[in-house]
Structure formats: structure tokens, C-alpha cells
Design a protein around this ligand. Structure first.
Ligand SMILES: [Zn+2]
Length: 505
């Protein structure tokens, strides 16, 4: 199968042209870009797409999301992470979801992602009480069927959840602590056995699906589990994907639990290297930033989620200057509450401008687009395969109509993509050389039937989940006290916007 896009405006985001748009052609042969340039010969027998008035660009990459939250889309507001988690990641009473529900839940994410130009995502999938191979397989099947490129985990925690929250033993009553203590986390051996089975079953499927190791966070996992997971990540050359210092509570956590920052703790365990992807990285110190740059890690900047949960603003300019690879993510589908990366790019382009009056430090549209394409691919360790339009890479690309209102009148294309466009100008989406969205519809699945099936299952699910919420509400006053206590401390790091990021006296 050969497709030739002729005479389009091309934004390659890599190769010789980089982020400078040019008028040219893109020749796709099978799964890959065979050639890209100006005045290419038309290959015999190729399907020709007229590029007049069109933009061809790499598909967007969502480097951090949790599809597990998709059933709670639009359900919560005005809660910081630690309180919001009581409902979206309940400690007590959550039951295993059916594989069909997980398939539909993942499909909702895949549909919205593809229709808004995301060709590749990293889905850190948590299942309560413990992920099974069949449950992970259901998510993989959805991504495979929809035609998106995906790296999936393997999200795991193996410590008593209360031990991951500073001061919890002082605030949470003994009877609630005892209930949490009854939960049995997976052992390191069990998680490693699961990871090996998952890797064998899913990694490499359809040339699009990959598996990764994802210990939740250094305060939520034992060093034994993290180091065993890291060994597999290095052996398989897949990401070690984790979360570090999203909230100020987590900024307090490292010194309170380990006498050092969580980033320093990870470095001391040998868990900082170019295969490590860190979600958030907000409450980092200058020392943290330096060691992250030296180690060559990736971070995922979850611009919208970090605002929704009041977590703060990651110091992206400092991280970039230190040499950290900065990708963009939606984060979970109920802390955002969508996987639309055009929205995330827009928010990212804007928010850093209100963190400093030094406008030379603000992010450019080209930097935002790089974070949402090639840097995202690099964080998933597939920067050599996708993330830019270059000969030899996988054909993961978007065709946008430049005659829409978002691009009329047209000035700087990169500025339009970050500040004007929202995905509604997308005409075609190609993943792995295959057109998976055309005329506003997914080509490989019956979107309306799948959405209707999920809608029909939701009343029963919501009734069950309301009961789980009621049970976990018991923790809320104590987590509220911990949130206040941590946010009253001066860490010497300021990441919230306002006159003060301390809890008001
Ligand atoms: Zn996350």
C-alpha cells in the first residue's frame, strides 16, 4: 500500500526542516514514511492525496494518561490530589472491573484521542484491587482494535497506602488504619511474574503495542520492587514510568519518610537514567533538577491536570535548561478530564507566561509542539520510530484542513496549532501507515455502538461506585488535615501561582 500526499504544507518536527513548515510531499509505503521533501517523483500505483490547502504534521503524543479514570470523567471538582484519590483511587472496597467494561473504558480514550489527533499514548493503567492479565489484555485489545499506538503498564503499589502519606499515622484513627492494613499488596515476585507474562502476551502486537514497567511512586513502592522492575525495563529497553513530586504533600514526603528529596532517594537507589519517565516533577529542588539533567531522564508535564488538582506548575524552563526531556501528558481522564492534547498544548503555551515576568523564559509554540511530538516519543523510548516526519520512521501523521476558521486568517502555523486550533480541523489521522480517522469517524470500529454500550452499563456502575465513595469519605477529614499541614510548610520551593503558595493563616 502506497500513499502519496502531494503539495501539502508540511511540518516535520524533525529532520533537516525541523519546526519550519515547507510546501512538499510525503510518500508513505506500508507502515513507514518512504520519502519526504519537495518535488518528489509520484510512485506508480500510489493513492494520491491532494495536499493543497492541507497541513501534514506528526501525530500528537500523550506521554502520560490513566485510562482507569475514564469512567469518572466529569465527576469531580475542587479537590487536591490526596483527597481526590480517595474517590478516584479508593483505598477500601473497590472491586475488580469486568474485562468488557475495561475494553469500553479504554475505547472511549482511544476514540477521543484519535479524533483529536493523538496517534500515540502512554497509558499507566491501575486496576483495583490488583491488575490481572485479562484486564490488561482488554485495554490492549481496545487500542489494537481502534488502531492507535500505545505503551501500557503495569501500574503497581506494594506498600500500605497510609505509609505513603506523611503524618497519616498521627491523623487517621486506629480503626481505619486497621482496615487498610488488611489489604494485601502484590509481592515483588508476583509483580515481576505478571510483568513477564504481560510482556510475552502483548509487547509488539500489531507493531503498535508496547509494555512498560510502572511502579506508582517511590513513596508507594518498596525499593525491592522498584529495582526488580528497573532490571526488566533495562533488559527489555522499555520505560520505567513513575510519579514524583506532583503535590506539595509529596514535596514534604521525601524529607519526612527518607530524610532526602524523593528525586535524591531515587538516584541513590540507581533509578535515574534515560529510560526513566517521571510524571509531574513539580516540587523539585535545584539539586533535584541538576541530578535529573545529569541522569537524562524524561518528565511528563501534565499542564491541565496539575491545574485541576491545584498541584502547581512544573519549572519546565529550568528542567529544559538542565537537559531534561520534557514531554506533555493529559494525565488521568478525571483530573483533566479529557485526553485532548491540543487543549494541553494550549494550556502549556499559556501558563508559563504567568509564572515569571521574564518573557525571555516563556515557552515558544515550537517548544510546546516539540514536547507534544518528538519529546513524547523519546519518553516512550520510540523516538527513533515516531514523533516526527522523517524517511524511515513509522507513518503516524495528521492531515489538517488549513481553510477552517482556526487557520483563517492564517499567520504563523505553529502559533495557530498551539493557540487557535483544537483538533476540529483534522481531516485524516494515520497510524502505522493506516488511515484510522477519516471524515470525523474512526475507520476500524463502530464508535456509536461502543459508546452506546458503555452508556447502558453506567447506571449500575455508578450505583456501585457511589457506595465505594461513601465508604472512603471516612478518610476525608484526616486527609484534609494532612493537606493543610503540608501546605503550611515552607519547602523553599514555590510552584503555585498567587501571592503566596502557603496555606493562609
Ligand atoms: Zn499520573
Amino acid at each position: 500500500m502506497s500513499i502519496f500526499i502531494r503539495g501539502a504544507t508540511v511540518l516535520a518536527m524533525g529532520g533537516a526542516q525541523g519546526s519550519v513548515p515547507f510546501v512538499g510531499d510525503v510518500h508513505v509505503e506500508g507502515e513507514r514514511i518512504k520519502a519526504i521533501g519537495t518535488g518528489l517523483p509520484v510512485p506508480e500505483g500510489a493513492e494520491i492525496i491532494d495536499g493543497t490547502g492541507k497541513l501534514v504534521m506528526p501525530g500528537l503524543i500523550n506521554a502520560h494518561l490513566h485510562s482507569g479514570e475514564a469512567l469518572y470523567k466529569g465527576r469531580y471538582d475542587n479537590m487536591p490530589l490526596e483527597i481526590w484519590m480517595l474517590y478516584s483511587y479508593p483505598i477500601l472496597g473497590a472491586k475488580a472491573l469486568s474485562e468488557r467494561m475495561i475494553y469500553l473504558r479504554s475505547m472511549v480514550v482511544a476514540i477521543e484521542s484519535l479524533k483529536t489527533g493523538v496517534t500515540c499514548l502512554t497509558d499507566d493503567i491501575f486496576e483495583a484491587p490488583r491488575q490481572t492479565l485479562g484486564q490488561l489484555g482488554a485495554a490492549v485489545a481496545a487500542y489494537d482494535d481502534a488502531g492507535i499506538r500505545a505503551t501500557v503498564s503495569g501500574h503497581v503499589m506494594d506498600r500500605d497506602f497510609l505509609d505513603s502519606i506523611p503524618y497519616s499515622r498521627e491523623h487517621v484513627p486506629a480503626e481505619l488504619q486497621a482496615e487498610v492494613a488488611k489489604l494485601v499488596p502484590p509481592t515483588t515476585a508476583e509483580y515481576i511474574a505478571f510483568a513477564k507474562e504481560a510482556y510475552a502476551a502483548f509487547h509488539g502486537r500489531s507493531g503498535r503495542i508496547r509494555f512498560m514497567l510502572a511502579p506508582s511512586a517511590p513513596q508507594r513502592c518498596t525499593p525491592e520492587l522498584m529495582q526488580a522492575a528497573n532490571e526488566l525495563a533495562l533488559e527489555w529497553q522499555v520505560p520505567f514510568h513513575t510519579h514524583i513530586v506532583e503535590t506539595k504533600v509529596q514535596g514534604v514526603t521525601g524529607p519526612a519518610l527518607y530524610g532526602k528529596t524523593l528525586m535524591r532517594y531515587m538516584a541513590d537507589l540507581g533509578l535515574m537514567h534515560p529510560g526513566v519517565t517521571i510524571a509531574h516533577s513539580i516540587w523539585v529542588t535545584e539539586d533535584d533538577i541538576a541530578l535529573m539533567g545529569e541522569a537524562g531522564v524524561s518528565i511528563v508535564h501534565n499542564t491541565i491536570s496539575n491545574q485541576k488538582l491545584g498541584a502547581g506548575v512544573a519549572p519546565v524552563r529550568k528542567l529544559l535548561e538542565a537537559g531534561v526531556n520534557v514531554a506533555l501528558g493529559s494525565d488521568g481522564i478525571c483530573s483533566n478530564d479529557t485526553p485532548r492534547m491540543f487543549d494541553v498544548m494550549h494550556a502549556c503555551g499559556l501558563i508559563h507566561k504567568v509564572t515569571t515576568p521574564d518573557y525571555k523564559q516563556w515557552l515558544s509554540a515550537a517548544e510546546v509542539l516539540h514536547a507534544c511530538t518528538l519529546a513524547g516519543a523519546k519518553s516512550a523510548m520510540i523516538g527513533h520510530e515516531t514523533g516526527s516526519l522523517e524517511a524511515g520512521k513509522k507513518a503516524d501523521l495528521l492531515i489538517l484542513n488549513l481553510d477552517t476558521v482556526s487557520f483563517t486568517p492564517r499567520n504563523d502555523i505553529l502559533n495557530h496549532l498551539v493557540y487557535c486550533e483544537n483538533g476540529s480541523s483534522i481531516e485524516k489521522v494515520m497510524v502505522n501507515g493506516e488511515i484510522v480517522v477519516a471524515d470525523g469517524k474512526l475507520t476500524k470500529i463502530d464508535e456509536a455502538a461502543l459508546l452506546a454500550e458503555l452508556r447502558a452499563l453506567m447506571p449500575e456502575f455508578n450505583a456501585y461506585h457511589s457506595g465505594v465513595e461513601a465508604r472512603n469519605r471516612a478518610f476525608e477529614p484526616y486527609f484534609d488535615a494532612i493537606h493543610r499541614r503540608c501546605n503550611s510548610q515552607d519547602l523553599g520551593v514555590h510552584r503555585l501561582i498567587g501571592n503566596s503558595d502557603m496555606w493562609p493563616a
